[in-house]
Design a protein around this ligand. Structure first.
Ligand SMILES: Nc1ncnc2c1ncn2[C@@H]1O[C@H](COP(=O)(O)OP(=O)(O)OP(=O)(O)O)[C@@H](O)[C@H]1O
Length: 273
C-alpha cells in the first residue's frame, strides 16, 4: 500500500511559544482504518484539521497524495481528503438536506446530473434519502451527524477524516454510523477516526495512533497498542474492557491479543449493551 497522507515533522501552535503539535510524523496508506486517540486537549482535532488543509503546519509538511497542503486550497484537496467536523452544526449551513449534501459536489464543478447521482447515493448510504427536502436544523443530533457524513461521502474522497463521529448518538445510531464507516473502508476508502470510545477502536480500527500533549507516543496495530496499558495510561486513555479482561487473566505483556479476538469480543459486548 502506498501513502495517501503523510505528515513530516509537523509542528503547530495557535499562539507563539505554545506548541500544540510537536514533531508529528506518520503516513496513512491507502485503505487503512486508523484510530487517533489521546486524552482531552492532546491535539487530536488540531491534527485532524491538518489532513485536508483546514490548518497549515507552523513548520513541517503535510502531503496529500504527494501534494504539499501548504500551497493548496481546501477546495483543491476536498476530492482527495475530507474532514467531518466533531460538531455537525459547524458544517451544516444550507436550508435543505439535499442542498447541504450537494454543496461540495457542485463546488467541484460537476454536472447537475452527476451532482444528483452523488447526493442520492450519499443520502441513501446514510438512510436519509427520503428526507432530502427537509431542513437539516430540524433533524435530531444523529441525523445531523449523518448529514455531515453524507456531505463528505458525496465528495467521494479517498481519505475520510472523522472527528468523534458517534458523539451524542444512541446505541442504534452508533451501530449504524460505524457500519457505514466499516463499509466505506471495505470499499477502499482510507479512514482516520478521532474517538474516545476504545470499544469502537477495538472493533473497527486496524491501527492506532496515540497522542499525548501534542506528541505521538505510540503508533502500531490495534492489538499491539492495546497490549500496552502503561502507554494508554500515560495518554490518559481508558483501555477497552476486552484488554482489562485479558490483563485480569494474568497474561503477561505483550498480551496474546489478536485483532480478530479484539473485534469479536468488542462485538459481543455491543450485543449485550
Ligand atoms: N482555536 C484554538 N485557539 C487556541 N487554542 C486552541 C484552539 N483549539 C484548540 N486549542 C488548544 O489546543 C490544544 C489541543 O486541542 P485539540 O482540540 O486539538 O485537542 P483534542 O485532543 O481534540 O481534545 P478533545 O479530546 O477535548 O476534543 C488544547 O490545549 C486546546 O485548548
Amino acid at each position: 500500500m502506498t501513502a495517501i497522507l503523510r505528515f513530516e515533522h509537523v509542528h503547530y501552535q495557535y499562539h507563539p511559544g505554545r506548541p500544540v503539535l510537536k514533531n508529528i510524523h506518520f503516513s496513512l496508506r491507502r485503505g487503512e482504518s486508523v484510530a487517533l486517540i489521546g486524552g482531552n486537549g492532546s491535539g487530536k482535532t488540531t491534527l485532524a484539521k491538518h489532513c485536508n488543509g483546514l490548518y497549515k503546519p507552523t513548520s513541517g509538511k503535510v502531503y496529500v497524495d504527494g501534494r504539499d497542503t501548504a500551497s493548496m486550497a481546501i477546495s483543491d484537496l476536498s476530492s482527495t481528503v475530507s474532514y467531518c467536523y466533531q460538531n455537525p452544526d459547524h458544517q451544516i449551513f444550507q436550508s435543505t438536506i439535499w442542498d447541504e449534501v450537494a454543496f461540495g459536489p457542485r463546488n467541484l464543478g460537476l454536472s447537475e446530473e452527476e451532482v444528483e447521482n452523488r447526493v442520492t447515493e450519499a443520502l441513501t448510504a446514510v438512510g436519509l434519502n427520503e428526507a432530502r427536502a427537509e431542513e437539516p436544523y430540524f433533524a435530531g443530533k444523529g441525523e445531523r451527524q449523518k448529514i455531515a457524513v453524507a456531505s463528505v461521502l458525496a465528495m467521494k474522497p479517498q481519505v475520510i477524516v472523522l472527528d468523534e463521529p458517534t458523539t451524542g448518538l444512541d446505541h442504534r445510531g452508533v451501530t449504524d454510523m460505524m457500519s457505514l464507516i466499516e463499509q466505506l473502508n471495505q470499499e477502499g476508502h482510507t479512514i482516520l477516526m478521532v474517538t474516545h470510545d476504545m470499544r469502537l477502536v477495538a472493533r473497527y480500527a486496524h491501527r492506532v495512533i496515540v497522542l499525548r500533549q501534542g506528541v505521538i507516543i505510540e503508533d502500531g496495530s490495534t492489538e499491539e497498542v492495546f497490549a500496552k496499558p502503561d502507554v494508554l495510561a500515560e495518554a490518559q486513555v481508558e483501555p477497552p474492557s476486552v484488554t482489562r479482561f485479558a490483563l485480569g487473566c494474568g497474561w503477561s505483556s505483550p498480551l496474546p491479543l489478536t485483532l480478530e479476538g479484539l473485534q469479536q469480543r468488542a462485538a459481543k459486548e455491543d450485543e449485550h449493551e
